[in-house]
Design a protein around this ligand. Structure first.
Ligand code: PYC
Length: 332
């Protein structure tokens, strides 16, 4: 029998899953994480499908793999794997992976409480606070984020004409605010989110087909963010983020929060230095901040940071055997 064994640390970040694969992963050449991502997708995508899809994963599964960084100025590289592919950047994935890696002694930071990570979307800095038992908080200083397009009219079957903004925070987000044809998240069930989001994403992609001005490998509308007033007194906004084919982020979404802040700053509704507490669909929060201004191509951009917590929930030894007809997973 040929059986491949993966050792995983399962965790969740504010409710959203993160499977850190620490053993059994394919070796990749010493190139940038952006190139490793392409090689992984080309030659080893079965690993992602086996570990993310049913029966070993589920519709909302996501994970990460740590690799040595080929950059001298980074402690480690990180590859994000999830149901839709390998994201250039993932906020909840970073918070979960850093928490698990620090608690389990997988990375030794050069500077106490700090890590420099190479992601496929670029270098990010991380600060973490370690308590007696657990890592209490991870703050990631995300890639430059910007508003790509605003007030775009989309004709969405079942909704009618709606206006969306498109913003980048490590992935491209179609952001929808309450408006005439869409009264807000509170009027929507989870089934509605799953039904309308792919239609919005498809319409936004058809109209805008965004390509990152500094890295053409980062392209396409991958996520849809539905926004709403917060329920929690300390929060400034609430959202539900759709990704993959059937996933709704249980966390407030790190790259989504970065995109949302970039949109709000560009629209003059948030300022440099402001904090932005973002509430998720299940009421967990990320403490976000607009750290500064920058440029992406010829667009004004922000430097966002996002802080949240994660908890390790178990060690998982997963077999993928050639005797299992569903070894490489399936989606329904
Ligand atoms: O936290 O950036 C994020 C994220 C992306 C997809 C799901 N979560």
């Amino acid at each position: 029998m040929s059986r491949h064994t993966f050792f995983c640390i399962d965790a969740h970040t504010c409710g959203n899953p993160l499977r850190l694969v620490v053993g059994g992963v394919p070796l990749l050449p010493s190139v940038s994480m952006a190139e490793k991502r392409e090689i992984f997708l080309r030659d080893h995508d079965w690993v992602r499908r086996a570990l993310m899809f049913e029966p070993r994963g589920h519709d909302g599964m996501s994970g990460a793999i740590l690799y040595p960084s080929s950059r001298g100025d980074c402690d480690v590289g990180i590859l994000f794997i999830e149901v839709s592919g390998c994201l250039p950047m993932c906020g909840h994935g970073t918070i979960g992976a850093v928490t698990a890696a620090i608690e389990e002694g997988l990375v030794v930071p050069r500077n106490k409480g700090k890590l420099s990570l190479e992601t496929p979307a670029g270098k990010i800095e991380v600060e973490y606070a370690r308590g007696d038992q657990v890592v209490e908080q991870v703050r990631l200083f995300n890639v430059a984020s910007y508003l790509h397009a605003q007030d775009i009219d989309l004709d969405v079957p079942g909704l009618g004409l709606i206006k969306v903004d498109l913003a980048y925070g490590g992935n491209y987000y179609a952001i929808i605010e309450p408006q005439v044809n869409w009264p807000g998240l509170d009027a929507m069930s989870a089934n509605d989110i799953l039904r309308f989001s792919p239609l919005v994403r498809q319409a936004a992609e058809l109209k805008l087909a965004p390509v990152h001005p500094e890295d053409s490998r980062i392209r396409g509308v991958s996520h849809v963010m539905w926004t709403e007033k917060p329920r929690l007194e300390r929060a400034h906004g609430r959202n539900a983020v759709f990704y993959g084919d059937k996933a709704i982020d249980r966390s407030p979404c790190g790259t989504g929060s970065s995109a949302r802040m970039a949109q709000l700053v560009a629209r003059g509704r948030l300022n440099i230095g402001d904090t932005f507490v973002h509430e998720s669909i299940i009421g967990t929060t990320f403490d976000c901040r607009v750290e500064g201004e920058t440029q992406v191509g010829d667009k004004k951009a922000i430097k966002p940071s996002v802080a949240g917590w994660a908890r390790v929930i178990g060690h998982n030894t997963i077999f993928v055997s050639n005797f299992d007809p569903l070894a490489h997973g399936f989606q329904v």
